[in-house]
Ligand binder design. Sequence first.
Ligand code: 5GP
Ligand code: MN
Length: 339
Amino acid sequence: MEYKTKNFFSKLKEFLNFSDNIVIISHQNPDGDAISSSLGLFHFLKKKYENKKINIIVPNNFHHFLKWLKKSNEIIIFSENETYSIELIKKANLIFCLDFNSMLRTGDLENLIISSKAKKVLIDHHPSPEIEQFDLILSKESASSASEVLYNFIEILGEKKLIDKNIAECIFTGISSDTNSFSVNSNSLTHKIVSEILEIGVDKEKVQKNLFHSFSFDKMKLTAYVLSEKMKIFPKYNLGLISLSAEEKEKFNFEVGDSENFANLPMSIKDIEISAFFTNYKDFIKISFRSMGNFNANLFARKYFNGGGHKKASGGKSYKNMEETIEDFLFYIKEFLNN
Ligand code: 5GP
Ligand code: MN
């Protein structure tokens, strides 16, 4: 589904006219698309509106494999700068929300944003946005990434000519990241945009190297460990899963983002079409679901694990222990596949 608020362009112009304090926000545990789309918008707005104050705030920190992006050092991490972040959100007259469809996804920022009087503009690609939480919505489920929708946003504003190397690099990085280097969720429109973006002069190999070939030795060893010791296959359901406890993470000096691709690993096995990755966070188990066939990962996560996402990639939470969570998961899979 595509959501575009009626008179999007004129309302956006109006909001931008009266806003001198703008905040860009993305979701908790920000991934490549979250960071790239936010930074891309940041570069764009800075270029177009030299006199406005523009800041990016994310709920918590992000992985070093994204910290090479220009100006990523200016991103404010809420969990590390609470007072300053609160001050900025209170002062904001316009908040851009990138790469999420519900304020719930912003963790500890949720209530602050909801209670803010600022106008809220959503730029996203997740299905079923919480329409009432936003004043303006540009959301395209068929888009590969929020970064692709950001390109559409700039296009709607009639400002494609402002896309320079920095903005192009962000858009390319977000798309590469959410499509797992163009292996999933990219369509001909995505590639058309990428083609235009590359012409602006993105160093494609640099981006790919930073995103996919900059692992620490510990992360590689952790990957080897989960593959050989922690992956379970259930051929009956074309299913593979991996679980990882807090103790195991500690053993491999785990850093945020080190398990980023783990949910996809079982998918490389022939006939596996559903995969899940379970890992302990402080108070809950976070689960990532991936699908390659007809299995709707979004509906499954919503129905059983209080989560959501896309048809082919979703996530949810469990408040039980690991063993019980996996037991529940297998029970639900059986039920879901039989219906
Ligand atoms: P990941 O497994 O990489 O964390 O997330 C995959 C997709 O599912 C992302 O698009 C993300 O936004 C979504 N997602 C992950 N966890 C949750 C969750 O707890 N709730 C919802 N609604 N979406 C989630
Ligand atoms: Mn995304």
